[in-house]
Design a protein around this ligand. Structure first.
Ligand SMILES: [Zn+2]
Ligand SMILES: [Zn+2]
Length: 466
């Protein structure tokens, strides 16, 4: 990707236009689009009708949304029971639906007098909500699989894919035998085969690697260099392992740098992060359980694209031309590949000091873990998800993912900063910190608002020098 300083300046205007006036165009034909693509509805275990879910996002300035239910693409006819029993659609949510979407409501009553409601398909959501240039629905599915390892440990491996209206057989028939790294690779191949069959471009994302605590390790993504995206930010699942467990090597920022250290050294494309809500709780409950996370509006991707189409968004994200936002948004960011320089700016906010940090990995990092930690299985009440003993590797924090520059603004001031790659840097990325509460306050979720740029590699000629 080649982004010039001129691009850096004009895109700033693009963001201002995008947030202040719907559909406003920017110089150079590109503008920022805001969206997220990890959302659940009553088509699986989410707590809302698809109409309600889409409305939550469309009415609050999102430009794109993917409803990604577990192993199901929302089409055909599905009926859910309404009532206050387990597994039923809560009557108060049904009442809200009836009030707001009378044209959608289709009900039927079974022989025992139980009320059922028909879930409307994705095609219907498109009719109701899409608006060219302003709001786009992306086809999405969360491939949801489990692995039972020979040593008895269970892993959850969840992967989102975009722009493919269907579920490959592999996803529902893969069983539980493949180890995590193979499961990821096999699912990607199955999704790509289906995408090819349907003539679609797709994008494949490894979701919430740390849920439940150590499910996917950095080594699993080092073994799968074709995986280009992972969920850096997921509103429903931990950013780092649970209480009392080693987080040093496993907060998602650290996880990301470990994978990219190996990839950069091997000349492979870097892993990019995305931001998603994994929305389940729209009305404060998931099923009949109070929802404290998995809420809307926590995290999103801000994509600089030529137009609001699935193809243009995927192309821009493949080029790394997007940021991940968890509350705060960059005003602008650009990587000048010729100079090896990353520039970032953020607007000021009343009473706050904002900071821009630059993070690099050094060429001489060691691939050998500095420590291998064995974790005993913690005690978990019978009615809670079982947590298993694990072994994890901790890598060189002095050379992998080091903060090399930090620039803070004064109170209420905008901040702009840039960093030029040094000869011993493999790549650079940046992070904006804003000391204000994020939408979600789950354990290990950042306590402040954060935005991240993607990592950008040093030029190929210098990468060869190791
Ligand atoms: Zn998941
Ligand atoms: Zn999910």
């Amino acid at each position: 990707m080649q982004m010039t300083r001129r691009g850096f300046l004009s895109a700033g205007a693009a963001l201002a236009a995008a947030t202040s006036a719907k559909g406003a165009a920017a110089k150079g034909g590109k503008r920022f689009y805001k969206g997220q693509f990890h959302t659940h509805t009553f088509w699986s275990d989410g707590g809302a009708f698809p109409e309600q879910a889409v409305q939550f996002y469309r009415e609050t300035g999102y430009n794109f949304l993917g409803i990604s239910d577990h192993n199901v693409y929302a089409e055909g006819r599905r009926i859910r029971k309404v009532g206050n029993g387990r597994g039923q659609i809560n009557t108060s949510i049904f009442d809200d639906y009836r009030r707001k979407f009378p044209g959608s409501v289709e009900t039927e009553t079974d022989a025992d007098g139980n009320l059922g409601v028909v879930l409307q398909p994705y095609s219907k959501m498109r009719e109701l909500f899409e608006k060219p240039g302003e709001f786009l629905l992306l086809d999405a599915v969360e491939a949801t699989t489990r692995v039972f390892n020979a040593d008895g440990v269970e892993n959850q491996v969840h992967m989102n894919y975009l722009n493919v209206p269907g579920v490959p057989k592999y996803v529902t028939e893969c069983g539980t035998d493949s180890p995590v790294d193979r499961r990821i690779g096999e699912t990607r191949l199955a999704v790509e085969a289906l995408a090819k069959e349907l003539g679609r471009e797709t994008m494949f994302i490894l979701n919430h690697p740390i849920w439940c605590w150590y499910d996917v390790k950095p080594e699993d993504l080092v073994a799968n260099p074709e995986i280009r995206f992972f969920e850096l930010c997921n509103g429903g699942s931990p950013f780092a392992p649970g209480k009392g467990l080693p987080a040093d090597g496993f907060a998602t920022d650290r996880f990301w740098d470990v994978v990219n250290a190996f990839r950069a050294r091997r000349g492979q494309p870097l892993l990019y992060g995305v931001g998603n809500d994994d929305t389940h709780a729209y009305f404060g409950v998931v099923g009949h359980v109070p929802g404290i996370h998995c809420l809307p509006y926590n995290a999103w991707s801000l994509v600089r694209a030529e137009e609001l189409t699935a193809e243009a968004l995927i192309r821009a994200m493949n080029a790394g031309d997007f940021a991940v936002c968890e509350g705060v948004q960059p005003d602008d960011f650009a990587f000048d590949a010729g100079r090896g320089e990353l520039s970032v700016s953020v607007a000021g906010k009343k009473n706050l000091c904002r900071t821009i940090q630059f993070i690099v990995t050094k060429r001489d990092f060691s691939e050998k873990p500095v420590e291998t930690v064995s974790i005993e299985a913690p005690e978990v009440p019978e009615n809670k998800r079982k947590v298993y003993a694990r072994t994890i590797n901790i890598y060189d924090t002095a050379k992998i993912g080091c903060i090399v520059k930090s620039v803070s603004g004064g109170i209420g001031e905008a901040v702009s900063a840039s960093y030029r790659l040094a000869p011993d840097d493999l790549y650079v990325r940046a992070r904006i910190l804003s000391p204000e509460r994020p939408a979600v306050s789950a354990y290990q979720h950042p306590k402040i608002q954060v935005a991240w740029t993607q990592p950008y590699l040093a030029a190929a000629s210098s990468t060869a020098r190791q």
